[in-house]
Design a protein around this ligand. Structure first.
Ligand code: ADP
Ligand code: ADP
Length: 238
């Protein structure tokens, strides 16, 4: 079975902007799909639609089958269950979703507690293990986001995304805000973890070279549509 099957997805924001206009995509378990395209072509909208994270009043048409279940027609309780545990998004620039006033260990533990997967003490222990998995000492759990570098914060975001053992990771411009050296480290980290755990990966970037390096397949978007799709090397060389 396909892990993700997006069929004729259409997204129109409340102000009338048609951001996604009939997108079809599929992803097999363990596959890495890159989505490229210039700023404003609809990549982030697509990512947000996968977890129903779009603003109220946004019109969404088509189907988004995650493990065969349509995210777009699920009850809200089920959508909440799918967030973090079915699919997780790593957003652009870590500050985007790390809370400045909470210790990073508590933030990693939050989705675990939200899903009632563990007691507070074992969620905290799990947060330490996840930090080590992404290459940070478990003791950093007590740090606040501003005490970490940009690359370290992005590692924390990756740890959080993995906390509830999702089958799909969506990485939306995960390295855009970072130095070139750190960018490469974060890409290798994502690639390694996804391969080890046999997760599906949808990696979004405006940088085709980054995607060609990391992904098996590439889709190029333009003005809300997929205009080219194929094996990564082939699309990159075109
Ligand atoms: P990308 O991720 O490729 O840069 P986006 O998905 O962010 O593209 O945006 C696609 C289109 O939707 C753009 O024209 C953008 O201006 C518009 N858009 C994005 N977010 C909103 C919003 N919250 N309300 C209205 N229009 C939006
Ligand atoms: P609340 O109802 O408390 O706001 P949500 O489940 O709506 O909680 O999520 C809060 C925020 O957490 C969302 O706006 C989004 O930024 C982020 N979020 C939710 N699910 C995920 C996920 N699977 N991956 C990454 N971020 C998520």
């Amino acid at each position: 079975m396909t892990l993700l099957d997006v069929r004729n997805l259409e997204v129109t924001y409340p102000n009338g902007a048609a951001a996604v206009r009939g997108v079809d995509l599929t992803l097999a378990p363990g596959e890495k799909l890159g989505i490229a395209g210039e700023s404003g072509c609809g990549k982030s909208t697509l990512a947000l639609a996968l977890l129903r994270l779009l603003p109220a009043g946004t019109r969404i048409g088509g189907e988004i089958l995650l493990d065969g279940e349509d995210v777009l027609t699920m009850k809200w309780g089920r959508v909440r269950a799918v967030r973090w545990a079915g699919a997780s998004i790593v957003f652009q620039g870590a500050m985007h979703s790390l809370n400045a006033v909470h210790r990073i260990g508590d933030q990693i533990a939050e989705p675990i507690l939200l899903h009632r997967r563990a007691t507070a003490a074992s969620a905290r222990r799990r947060a330490g293990e996840l930090l080590e998995l992404v290459g940070l000492p478990a003791a950093r759990a007590r740090a606040y986001p501003h005490e970490l570098s940009g690359g370290q914060r992005q590692r924390v975001m990756i740890a959080m995304a993995l906390a509830c053992a999702p089958r799909l990771i969506v990485a939306d411009e995960p390295t855009t805000a970072l130095d070139v050296m750190v960018q490469a480290q974060i890409l290798r980290l994502i690639e390694g973890l996804v391969s080890e755990q046999d997760l599906g990966l949808v990696m979004i970037s405006h940088d085709l070279a980054v995607l060609a390096d990391t992904c098996d397949r590439l889709a190029v978007m333009y003005a809300g549509r997929v205009v080219e799709e194929g094996p990564a090397r082939q699309v990159y060389e075109d």
